[in-house]
Design a protein around this ligand. Sequence first.
Ligand code: 2P0
Length: 320
Amino acid sequence: MTTTTTTAHTNIALIKYWGKKDEHLHLPYTDSLSLTLDGYYSVTTTSFIQAPNDQIFINHHPASPEFFSRTEKFLNLIRKINHSSQKIEVKTDNFVPTAAGLASSASGFAALAGSLAKLFQMSLTKTELSALARLGSGSATRSIFGGFVQWHQGHNSQTSIAEPILEKPTFPIRLLSVVINNQAKKISSTTGMQQAVATSPFYPQWPHIVQQDLQHILKAIKNQDLEQIGAIAEANCLAMHALNWSARPAFSYFEDTTYQVIEAVKKLRQRGYLAYYTIDAGPNVKIITTSKDLLPIKEYLQTNFPQAQMTALKPGPGLQ
Ligand code: 2P0
């Protein structure tokens, strides 16, 4: 086989990954837990080519120098594993607002890992694929599986893997993505987490917080308790951002509108809707809710934030 195509969906972390104990292998300091989403995904085709260099295209355009070098690094790694020197063409269509805090690197590297594993006929299990995707980007580890997924931090490359917790949730969890700014973020996740690990006096607390939140959210998922899932995710997200606010120098991914959307979510909650928020390495807000409350919440936000781009998302599948 000389050309293969793979689709991977992005995921939203409910218990965040923020900090690496091994920068090279992307081994995190903590476990994390996410929900794979149906609406945002990457489709990646890889082929062997006869050319002096790798060719990398994103959304039909040649990749930027940064994107090229990050992807090429991953290609080099796969070539090394397979004792190959073959040049490769990568074509990625990203149906995710790139670098807007919506983890396009998660679906991107998961799809790339899946496609390359097929191209090189590596015959890996999904668990092994999750470890491979991790070498591209941490959050990609979790995008190999659908539904709720736990990424075990592990202590080496073989043990830092994803595990499906509930691939097809039957309870009506929904996510409303509220994009208030689709420009690339100013501080990359990689840099942001390095700064938090190195300088936040609160960082030593983070593994304890994650351990507790994880225990509670696993129980809430088992009990299909959406209210609890939302409350734990929101608290965990704030703890993650507190690491950035307490870094020296401090930094923040939030913008004015981020705070305004947070206030709107709290107001909706007071009115009896199930609404909790989570925010990644960008200003955009994702609202955790139910199928029943999704529409009134969307309408309220659309009225109050007419510039925002809103997408309703459901749990999505693993690698295809
Ligand atoms: C997460 N994020 O758990 C956390 C929460 C953003 C905030 O994983 O350096 O692009 O490639 O491993 O995976 C984004 O970080 O970072 C991320 P690298 P990645 O989803």
